[in-house]
Ligand binder design. Structure first.
Ligand code: 1HN
Length: 379
């Protein structure tokens, strides 16, 4: 606008600078009523130079979670609750559903003699067994037994119910892509025609047919769906692989010895929205710091150690779960024992969108300075 036309515009509205402001406020209010908005008022808050988030790094210690879960066992049956689950809620997550913006995590308890009804839904789920043996998940008519450290998958729209026909309480970590499904508004749930599924397949069929490098041929259908055809990844095997990897060479400077759970049919991730990793950090190793666009939930499978997350030290031990949100500086260390961390990540969804980024910590020789300790009052 030329000087002349600017002057005539303000003459036309008869305004000084203050009047112009007032006009703008009235204009924005009018747009609001018309269900419109001026981009320039929010441009910088929408299009940020780097990821912004409300979620924070956070840790749920097992010694706090376990008694609360057992209390839930006294207060509510699986019949009443559908699933007896305590959610890990990130204090910054506005929807009060996620451990990060994309990942839901929780602890579930099933007591001896109980079952949790059969259903299927659009969110995909995975379970990492924390404590107890002998419960099972029935996945598409196949009984999959649980032992500590096992990973069990129930992908999107796959029928599943849980049962405990043994004599111990069984507890596990649930990981779901619920925040994503909620943001897509793509939630579907169906209840099965009976409380639990008939056992229509041989036990552990998926592991025997697809998990051992021996695929069925002929009339047995090829694995379908964008997910692993293997419902269970056993701890004994994951642990053995870690042990072997540790003897095969030096640890990665960021990850220690890291293994990715893979879909044996494709070599890719186990689920399209969530991937799993397990890493061994040898006693005395302090991994370098970096940040990533992928967010993660970590669960301590063995040993103890600590992580520095955005300058805060989080000490952890077996059974603890912690959330690492997007673009959060993170580094992990094991001090007095080897540590094994299981994790879930939204990496599989970011990869095909071209959103995978990782940045090593640029200062201080690649390690963060510790500002405070999680759980301690500052000062
Ligand atoms: C679900 O189906 C399970 O099957 C656990 O164990 C947690 C959270 C939200 C929606 C469905 C389960 C869940 C869930």
């Amino acid at each position: 606008m030329s000087r002349k036309s600017k002057a005539s515009a303000s003459a036309a509205t008869g305004s000084s600078t203050g009047g112009r402001e007032q006009n703008r406020e009235q204009y924005y209010a009018e747009l609001e009523r018309l269900q419109m908005g001026a981009l320039w008022t929010v441009y910088r808050t929408v299009l940020t130079r780097e990821p912004q988030r409300r979620e924070v790094p956070y840790l749920w210690p097992w010694e706090m979670v376990r008694p609360q879960l057992l209390r839930a066992g006294e207060m509510v049956s699986t019949d009443e609750a559908e699933r007896r689950v305590l959610m890990f809620l990130n204090p910054g997550n506005p929807a009060r559903i996620g451990a990060t913006a994309t990942l839901y995590a929780a602890a579930q308890l099933i007591l001896p003699g109980e079952s949790a009804r059969a259903h299927r839904h659009s969110p995909a789920a995975l379970r990492f067994i924390i404590e107890g043996s002998g419960a099972f998940t029935c996945v598409e008519g196949e009984k999959v037994r649980m032992s500590p450290g096992d990973l069990i998958l129930t992908p999107s729209m796959v029928w599943h119910d849980h049962g405990n026909d043994q004599d111990q309480a069984v507890m596990w970590l649930d990981g779901l892509d619920i925040p994503l499904m909620a943001s897509f508004n793509c939630m579907f749930l169906e209840e099965f025609t009976s409380e639990v599924q008939q056992e229509s397949m041989p036990p552990s069929r998926s592991e025997k047919l697809y998990g051992r490098g021996l695929f069925p041929s002929g009339s047995t259908p090829e694995p379908k769906g964008p997910y692993s055809p293997v419902w269970a990844y056993r701890w004994t095997q994951a642990r053995e692989a870690l042990e072997c990897l540790a003897k095969s060479g030096d640890p990665d400077e960021f990850d220690g010895h890291l293994i990715r759970y893979a879909n044996p049919a494709s070599g890719g991730e186990i689920l399209p929205t969530m991937g799993c990793r397990v890493q061994l950090i040898p006693k005395g190793m302090h991994c370098r710091a970096r940040r990533q666009t992928a967010s993660s939930v970590y669960h301590v499978a063995e040993g103890s150690g600590y992580s520095v997350l955005d300058g805060v030290r989080f000490d952890w031990k077996k059974g603890d779960t912690f959330a690492v949100p997007v673009w959060c500086w993170q580094e992990h260390a094991a001090e007095t024992t080897d540590a094994v961390l299981f994790s879930l990540t939204d990496h599989p969804l970011l990869a095909p969108l071209g959103l995978v980024r990782s940045q090593p910590y640029p200062e201080n020789n690649g390690f963060q300075a510790v500002r405070s300790v999680f759980g301690e009052q500052p000062g």
